[in-house]
Write a protein that binds this ligand. Structure first.
Ligand SMILES: [Zn+2]
Length: 57
């Protein structure tokens, strides 16, 4: 397992320290070159910033 599985949301400051947490709180996205990187914003911030579908508070 490579060192450096870490993600921090620049919006709310949420942190993930391993793959499980990154997958749970951030999610991954695939680049065209086949690389998989963590989303920069956490799921909460992405869903609250983007299109609102009426779910949640
Ligand atoms: Zn966030």
């Amino acid at each position: 397992m490579p060192y450096g599985e870490y993600a921090e949301c620049p919006k709310c400051g949420k942190k993930a320290y391993n793959k499980d947490q990154i997958e749970k709180f951030f999610g991954y996205r695939a680049l065209k070159n086949g690389k998989i990187i963590p989303q920069s914003w956490c799921r909460d911030c992405r869903s609250s910033n983007g299109k609102s579908n009426g779910y949640g508070e």
